[in-house]
Design a binder for this molecule. Structure first.
Ligand code: Q9C
Ligand code: ZN
Length: 342
């Protein structure tokens, strides 16, 4: 299986995120990707190639132009104030406030274009997030070109990023950008299977009213888990997209048996939709040892996830999302890919 990877991810290295009243060190760190790359290489899973630069046009198919402008200029606007550390938001247009106009000041923009304070912007963030999206787009092109599967080793991740907002370590929605590129290349129906521990609120929002993209997500119950404000089972799509969104929230402590049953349900729904290509938002933060999550999958369980996905028989693009047990992330991602390829 082809892997797409760029060193540019290292340019994004946040110092901290706001969590429970304090700034804590970022869980989303460069070492994550280094570990996955080492595992892919050691297992001989296939060639590792650099992404091709795809420019702004495919990003605009998913994200609003003013949001992209914000990401591109945020660091310069921040440092123009004399700041030298990471930019982080602190005020948001929540319920009963004006969410219909973008502020002029960078402090206001940071809140306007985000859903939480887990998204530090550093000097190299915009460059890294563009390279991450390019990994997904290069992977999509490989699958469109006839590859059975490809692995976009994206960092930063993407599935919490919506059309106009960053959040949850995510800036550009790499998986959604890849899906849209497949649609634009003529694939009539595409499915997204999101197995990250957290609900893919951004991907859901991007495709919520569409019938051409089916979204299925297995995740921690948002009643007790980030992102808290999306991911419930009654979110089934709107307009033309009614019935094309499947959320399978599971309780803290979920292990392999209940997880496997949910995965069967998600895969059956994807097959029923008639998708011709599949994008997997591949988070391995469902691992028992993950420091910020509460499922109990063991490393061998990830091999079974890969095999179940392979049984769909679809051209498949894996897009790296979360997973914060840095010592095990290589094993767990490698197991999914090997379980698929076997
Ligand atoms: N400090 C992804 O897995 N808040 N994002 C966690 C712990 C945000 C996770 C709180 C979690 C975002 C791509
Ligand atoms: Zn996650």
């Amino acid at each position: 299986m082809l892997t797409i990877h760029s060193d540019a991810h290292r340019l994004h290295h946040g110092a901290g995120e706001f969590y429970r009243g304090r700034i804590v060190p970022c869980f989303e760190m460069p070492a994550r990707v280094e570990q996955v790359l080492a595992s892919v290489t050691a297992r001989g899973l296939g060639a590792v190639v650099a992404p091709k630069a795809h420019g702004r046009a495919p990003l605009e198919r998913v994200h609003a132009g003013d949001y992209l402008d914000f990401l591109a200029s945020a660091w310069d606007e921040w440092t123009a104030l004399g700041e030298t550390g990471d930019a982080l938001p602190y005020a948001w247009p929540a319920r009963d406030l004006r969410a219909d106009r973008a502020p002029d000041h960078i402090d206001g923009k940071l809140g306007f274009y985000s859903i939480d304070a887990a998204v530090p912007i550093t000097a190299g963030t915009w460059q890294a997030v563009q390279a991450s999206a390019d990994c997904a787009l290069t992977g999509a092109a490989a699958v469109l070109g006839g590859e059975r599967a490809a692995f976009a080793l994206c960092r930063p991740p993407g599935h919490h990023a919506g059309p106009r907002a960053m959040g949850g370590f995510c800036y550009l929605n790499n998986a959604a950008i890849a899906v849209q590129a497949m649609r634009d290349a003529g694939v009539a129906r595409v499915a997204v299977l999101d197995v990250d521990y957290h609900h893919g609120n951004g991907t859901q929002a991007i495709f919520y009213d569409r019938a051409d993209v089916f979204f299925a997500s297995i995740h921690g119950d948002p009643a007790v888990e980030y992102p808290f404000f999306a991911g419930f089972a009654d979110e089934t799509g709107s307009g033309a997209g009614v019935g094309c969104n499947l959320n399978l929230p599971l309780p803290w402590g979920t292990g392999a048996d209940a997880y496997g049953a949910a995965l069967d349900t998600a895969c059956a729904a994807i097959a029923a939709h008639g998708a011709q290509a599949l994008v997997v938002s591949l988070g391995v933060d469902t691992f028992a040892g993950d420091p910020i999550s509460h499922f109990r999958l063991d490393s061998p369980d990830f091999t079974r996830i890969g095999a179940r996905v392979a049984a769909l028989g679809l051209p498949t693009l894996f897009v790296m999302e979360g997973g914060y047990a840095v010592g095990d992330i290589g094993t767990n991602v490698g197991n999914v890919l090997e379980g698929f390829a076997r």
